[in-house]
Design a protein around this ligand. Sequence first.
Ligand code: MG
Length: 285
Amino acid sequence: MTLILCDVGPRDGLQNETEALKPAVRAELVNRLAAAGLPRVEAVSFVRADRVPQMAGAEEVVAGIHSRDGTEYSGLVLNEQGYERFAAAGLDRLNATLGATEEFNQRNGNASLAEAAERVERILAGAAEPVTVTISVAFGCPFEGRVDPARVAELATRFDGAEVVLADTIGVAVPREVRALVERTKAAGFHGHNTRNTGYANALAALEGGAQVLDASVGGLGGCPYAPRASGNVATEDLVYLLEHEGIETGVDLDALIRISEWLEAVLGRRLEGQVYRAGSFPIE
Ligand code: MG
């Protein structure tokens, strides 16, 4: 198994910060993550700046990337307008995202679930780049509560040609549910938040269920704009520590990741949620 860790900090992380960082700083974060050996970095999203000001200037961020061999750079879109910007920017991988519920799609993408699924299908059919389809709120929704796994499984079958990632957007899932839904859908990946401290156990369960792609966010940055108390993604460095000590190679330099979180702490002026960057690696070399 070749594990692909995707750092979504520059996108899912920074879009939930109250302060919007300048594109040059966001590009620096992307470059630091690539230099740490991340096989994939979600660099930007191509969404409306009036709706997500933290993601304004995605093209400028992309222009600031020093493309590194061995790192795949991805960008998120919700619709065809976003896809046009993505295609013009020239990133390696598209992340087309929709929610598993009616209400989440209405709020996040201004579309019904049926419309959002059709948008993703049309984007998939037309895209020249490799595509990930992330199904948000696959385990629980801030508006609709529990999500029926059968519904997610049915939705996932519509995106057979893509790499499907199941997202626990508000951090409510437990390992039993994650393992079962990854097995059932044959999803390629899992995107977990650590809101209720189940994120790391869930990531391991996703691997047991057959996933090969894990999303994480340096420092544990992140949240969900519609679930104000949803805390960040699992911290990439904490996940790397766990995986490496479990004997699962990540290809990522843990010390370099720790230095990125230290830098981010200074940039953002607050303590981050990740724990390993404060505790340090072990054993000490
Ligand atoms: Mg997320």
